[in-house]
Design a protein around this ligand. Structure first.
Ligand SMILES: C[S@@+](CC[C@H](N)C(=O)[O-])C[C@H]1O[C@@H](n2cnc3c(N)ncnc32)[C@H](O)[C@@H]1O
Length: 252
């Protein structure tokens, strides 16, 4: 049967200086050098495909892990701003499972969903003051060249009585430092995601939250990321606005 009629791709047999297939209509002659290069590239292509599939699986697992970490602090039907959302899978879960209205932001477009998404400059959140019930900064602050302006912005866009949820990788103690730095090297190798900011200890983060006008409501140890013992230990900080507000810069 003609492969075109069957809707199946033709079986191509590489012969070195030409390719032939089981259909006369699909014979394609290619130079021997090109054919040899294609053969050499095949294992690399297949390794690349495997890495892509693994990274896709991990992104979904990660969104599940994040969902479980924050679920208790996100009211049903609330307005959520996910800053540094990457794939936006978490926003999709919040919309589908908790009927939240979610806007996802990031400095790059890695959105793999149909969720509302905007690229921004990594400093000024392009939304109105006091307009969100929950602001998420999950594993983002150590990627931002400057974390303070982002924290100030999170404070500005949060409505009174709302919560900012910050997750970070722990560097409390030598072993946590090793796990966190090792993991980010791996992350860079697989996704080319850079870390432009700083990892900080839990007391250092607390000071920074306070300086940005927040009161620390709760600190929750989340255990190893995705429950893998050689991945970083994670911490969730639950922040609310301090009653004594700090001066804010105005945004148009
Ligand atoms: C480790 S990923 C975390 C992604 C997602 N929040 C999660 O937990 O799966 C860090 C994210 O922060 C983003 N990012 C880096 N600098 C940023 C900045 N200044 N403001 C907002 N996001 C930033 C990166 O593009 C990336 O999507």
């Amino acid at each position: 049967m003609n492969p075109v009629q069957s809707n199946l791709p033709p079986t191509i047999i590489e012969t070195g200086d030409r390719q032939s297939s089981d259909s006369a209509t699909t014979i394609q002659i290619i130079p021997a050098k090109k054919a040899a290069r294609r053969r050499r590239m095949r294992p690399i292509q297949s390794l690349n495909d495997k890495i892509q599939k693994a990274s896709e699986r991990i992104e979904k697992e990660r969104a599940e892990f994040n969902f479980r970490s924050i679920q208790a602090f996100v009211p049903v039907g609330s307005r959520v701003l996910d800053v540094g959302a990457w794939s936006c899978y978490l926003g999709q879960m919040l919309r589908d499972r908790l009927q939240c209205e979610v806007l996802s932001l990031d400095v790059v477009d890695a959105n793999k969903t149909d969720m509302p998404f905007q690229v921004f400059d990594g400093k000024v959140l392009p939304v109105e003051s006091g307009s969100f019930d929950v602001v998420l900064l999950l594993y983002v602050l150590h990627h931002a060249a400057e974390d303070h302006p982002l924290l100030e912005e999170a404070h500005r866009v949060l409505r009174d009585g709302g919560l900012v949820l910050v997750a970070e990788d722990s560097i409390d103690g030598l072993w946590n430092k090793i796990l966190t730095i090792g993991f980010h090297l791996y992350l860079w190798l697989v996704t080319r995601m850079t870390c432009d900011g700083k990892f900080r200890t839990t007391p250092e983060w607390r000071q920074r939250f306070q300086a940005a006008g927040f009161t620390l409501h709760q600190t929750l140890p989340l255990g190893h990321h995705l429950r893998r013992v050689l991945w970083p230990n994670n911490v969730l900080f639950v922040l609310e606005k301090s009653s004594a507000t700090i001066p804010r810069r105005s945004t148009s």
